[in-house]
Design a binder for this molecule. Structure first.
Ligand code: F6P
Length: 365
């Protein structure tokens, strides 16, 4: 029987960073310290367990004043999976080896009682596999993409949406002055939450999301229709994972062992196609990692702090193999097994899509 009055817990952050990670680290650390526990940060995802990062004691001092800071004080990576860890061969090529056994060994050597793993879909999948093999894990969902199932929101999404909305606002004046079409690419590999929410909030004319395949002619129709009505500029917002009917998204780097596919380049492609078909002067930009940076907004901070505190409560109650999830007004525990089975996609007949259509925004369909 574990004595839960004096636990030693480990925390790591994995996958792409998101505004709010530091707030979770602070909330887990303070909640645990206030129970009289010891807290350790595993640097660089799982790297700290494998000698590729430190295992550092987290104290009140080390987490002081970090709630509002972007990034993660623990470091992170979305290129390393303990079940397929990259290792250089003598000839310089890379092989991928299963080092999960060493994670378990390090966990035992440090006499940890639990791991709080903060991450997105890839990291939660790793957390699930570790939990299935017996590691006491509680997951905390993080991603600006907002595509983790069973939670109403992930922290970081709202801040990213604000960044994207602000960019769209700024593009309006230059698009209008030059009578151009501006195509903006935002993040969202499988789900179009950022494109949809920022596109509607920022008054885009066309929004392209992975869930609704587009026809380029329909996109151009919208631009021509505006032109005919004297609106000589248009703003197109595209999620990086958007794809044409019967086609594939634009890929920068294919998936490989331990890493997922990297999308990017759709804005440039669309801008070219639109210019050719409509004769309009067209420019493109990709907001890229700007969306992952900066200070979390107030609501993201609040979600992150609530998630961190809840994760510690679940450890205290021995509820392992679960993920902290927001189901307003509550924060609850959901089995990781269920979480990893699906992604939370934009419902194509949901009210935000319906609202967008009512406002005359085209989805290119
Ligand atoms: O966090 C998810 C995400 O933001 C995706 O939308 C994007 O495709 C990916 O991360 C990019 O990650 P990186 O460039 O860090 O590999």
């Amino acid at each position: 029987m574990v004595d839960r009055s004096k636990l030693r817990i480990a925390i790591n952050t994995g996958g792409g960073d998101a505004p709010g990670l530091n707030a979770v680290v602070r909330a887990t650390t303070l909640s645990a310290l206030n129970l009289g526990w010891e807290v350790y940060g595993i640097e660089r995802g799982y790297g700290g367990f494998l000698g590729e990062g430190e295992i550092v004691s987290l104290t009140r001092e080390s987490v002081a004043g970090i709630t509002h800071l972007g990034g993660t004080i623990l470091g992170t990576t979305n290129r390393q999976n303990p079940f397929a860890w990259p290792r250089p061969r003598a000839d310089g090529s890379i092989e991928h080896v299963d080092r999960s056994g060493e994670v378990f060994q390090s966990f035992r050597d440090h006499r940890f009682d639990a791991l709080i793993a903060i991450g997105g879909d890839g990291s939660l999948r790793i957390a699930h596999e570790l939990a299935e093999r017996g590691l006491p894990v509680v997951g905390v969902p993080k991603t600006i993409d907002n595509d983790i199932s069973h939670t109403n929101l992930t922290f970081g999404f709202l801040t990213a949406m604000e960044t994207a909305t602000e960019a769209i606002d700024k593009l309006h004046s230059t698009a209008e002055s030059h009578e151009r079409v501006l195509v903006v690419e935002v993040m969202g590999r499988h789900a179009g939450w950022i494109a949809l929410f920022a596109g509607v909030a920022g008054s885009a004319d066309v929004i392209l999301i992975p869930e609704i395949p587009y026809r380029i002619e329909r996109v151009c129709d919208k631009i021509r229709e505006r032109e005919a009505a004297g609106r000589r500029f248009s703003i197109v917002v595209a999620a990086e994972g958007a794809r044409p009917v019967g086609g594939e998204p634009v890929v920068k780097e294919a998936a490989g062992p331990g890493r997922s596919v990297r999308y990017g380049g759709i804005a440039e492609r669309l801008a070219q196609e639109i210019a050719e078909r409509t004769g309009k002067e067209t420019r493109s930009l990709a907001l890229g990692h700007l969306q992952r940076g900066g200070s979390p907004n107030a609501y993201d901070r609040l979600i992150a702090l609530r998630f961190g505190a809840a994760a510690v409560q679940f450890v205290r109650d021995g509820r392992f193999g679960c993920m902290v999830a927001l189901e307003p007004p509550h924060v609850k525990a959901v089995p990781l097994r269920e979480v990893v089975q699906s992604r939370k996609l934009v419902p194509v007949d949901g009210d935000v899509v319906v609202t967008a259509r009512a406002l005359g925004i085209s989805f290119g369909d």
